[in-house]
Design a protein around this ligand. Structure first.
Ligand code: SF4
Length: 100
């Protein structure tokens, strides 16, 4: 069966992505001390949007850039200390994919 969808590189598709950020984060930590004791900090490398970074001995969470893949949630549960409380942004806000 022939592929009828146009072939658009991933980088170009992501370039069309828009964000309608909430004023408050949808990615919270149940206890930041769990992140300080976390051996893997798997949320940092797994996120394709670089939402997480370790700065000044704490986890920085740039929720405004979230692509809502849920990868960080799984990484934290499977490899981290279960600190991450993941939810979709409120009120239908967040990422808006235009080309899938
Ligand atoms: S993986 Fe979980 S516990 Fe570890 S640093 Fe990331 S959010 Fe914190």
């Amino acid at each position: 069966m022939a592929d009828t969808l146009p072939r658009i590189p991933l980088s170009e598709r992501l370039g069309t992505t828009a964000f309608d950020s909430d004023k408050t984060t949808h990615l919270t930590l149940s206890d930041p001390a769990l992140c300080q004791r976390c051996a893997s900090r798997a949320c940092i490398p797994v996120c394709p949007a670089q939402v997480y970074a370790w700065e000044n001995d704490r986890l920085r969470v740039s929720y405004e850039n979230c692509l809502e893949t849920g990868a960080c949630r799984i990484a934290c549960q499977e490899l981290g200390n279960h600190a991450l409380v993941w939810a979709f942004p409120a009120g239908g806000r967040g990422v808006k994919y235009r080309l899938g």
